[in-house]
Design a protein around this ligand. Structure first.
Ligand code: ZN
Length: 91
């Protein structure tokens, strides 16, 4: 049985969508990878201000994500990271 998958390289990522999980907010912010830190500098949702932190870890994971994506793009001649997603077929 064959499976349909979607594959993309990290170096191909340009736009990211951040979805606030605060039920009263549920804001969706779409931005470029390069602008992630500008939108989320305060480590919180830009709309409801709910923090995007974990009490025990406390890191700004969106900045870490941005740094990782930028770094991997800069060394793409040495290594490529590819995500593989199964495509759901509702038929
Ligand atoms: Zn929010």
């Amino acid at each position: 049985m064959s499976e349909t998958v979607l594959k993309f390289l990290v170096s191909e990522l340009r736009i990211v969508r951040i979805i606030c999980q605060n039920n009263k907010c549920a804001a969706v912010v779409e931005t470029t990878v390069d602008d992630l830190d500008r939108y989320f500098r305060g480590w919180c949702c830009p709309l409801c201000k709910e923090p995007f932190r974990h009490d025990d870890l406390g890191n700004n994971f969106l900045t870490e994500l941005q740094n990782a994506l930028r770094g991997l793009k800069k060394i793409q001649d040495k290594v490529q990271v590819e995500f593989v997603l199964p495509v759901k077929n509702d038929k």
